[in-house]
Design a protein around this ligand. Structure first.
Ligand SMILES: [Zn+2]
Length: 275
């Protein structure tokens, strides 16, 4: 929050072990997502014509965990969201509500929309995708659980989707990778860096957004305070797609076409890493 506020900073990572109170209803159409696998069957690859140019199913056999940061209902249950969880390097809140644009477009909604688009693309390319939440009306899961979901799926790659809440004059995107912490993430720190660079390169060329003006080096940042990274045993990175408090970045985020462009870029980055 303070400096970089999407909650990645404050805690927008992964979560505790309570089974997510999944908002079953809601996402009928958009969301047969719980297990992306289910979504695949449920939703024929229709709307995904965009991937037509890609070779048949380049991601066949790959498992990918997609973690849309925060959740639209987090603000309703501060008791749950603020409870402290152990991320190995510290104890911090289970999650945060995330940030929002000045016009009120929430980060949770943005993360969810981009993730849904991303899942469709990845599944059309043959990947099996696991999502950490099933809609944008529920609460949680905590950052520790978000990491556990990717671990349990034995994901070949995991990506947490966020947008930042920095001072309004700052803009641009960045990727956050794990550091060694004498913990479970250590063996995948190297692979996570490769994944992070692949995501950074694809995001830059696919969206045209500039590297962050306020954090990291060439849009690459490393942190040891995020539960979603510290607790991951599979290659994992966070992407902060831009700064929601910046009018320029926010205007782009509000465009569905631009969110599709972001999803496409993220899919390309994942594919470049995995193939
Ligand atoms: Zn966030």
């Amino acid at each position: 929050m303070a400096v970089v506020g999407c909650g990645a900073a404050a805690g927008g990572t992964s979560a505790p072990a309570l089974p997510q109170p999944s908002p079953a209803g809601g996402a009928v159409a958009e969301g047969a997502i719980g297990t992306a696998a289910a979504a695949t069957e449920a939703a024929p690859r229709a709307g995904t014509s965009a991937s037509a140019s890609a070779p048949a199913e380049p991601l066949a056999g790959k498992v990918i965990a997609i973690d849309p940061g925060h959740n639209g209902g987090n603000y309703r249950d501060p008791g749950y969201i603020n409870r402290q969880v152990d991320v190995l390097t510290e104890h911090k809140a289970c999650d945060t509500t995330g940030t929002a644009t000045r016009s009120g477009y929430t980060e949770a909604a943005f993360n969810w929309d981009v993730s849904k688009r991303l899942v469709k693309i990845l599944e059309a390319r043959g990947a099996k995708v696991k999502l950490t939440r099933t809609g944008n009306t529920g609460v949680g899961p905590c950052i520790t659980q978000r990491a556990a979901i990717g671990n349990k799926a034995k994901a070949d790659a995991a990506l947490s989707v966020h947008a930042d809440g920095a001072p309004s004059g700052d803009h641009g995107f960045h990727v956050i990778m794990p550091k060694k912490i004498d913990g479970p993430v250590d063996p995948v720190v190297g692979a996570s860096r490769k994944l992070g660079v692949a995501i950074r390169d694809a995001f830059r060329s696919g969206t045209g957004l500039p590297y962050s003006t306020y954090i990291g080096s060439k849009a690459l940042d490393y942190r040891d305070d995020l539960g979603g990274l510290n607790l991951s045993t599979v290659p994992k990175v966070f992407v902060e797609c831009g700064n929601m408090a910046n009018p320029g970045d926010a205007a782009k985020f509000r465009s569905p076409a631009f969110r599709q462009k972001i999803a496409q870029a993220l899919a390309d980055g994942l594919q470049n890493y995995l193939t």
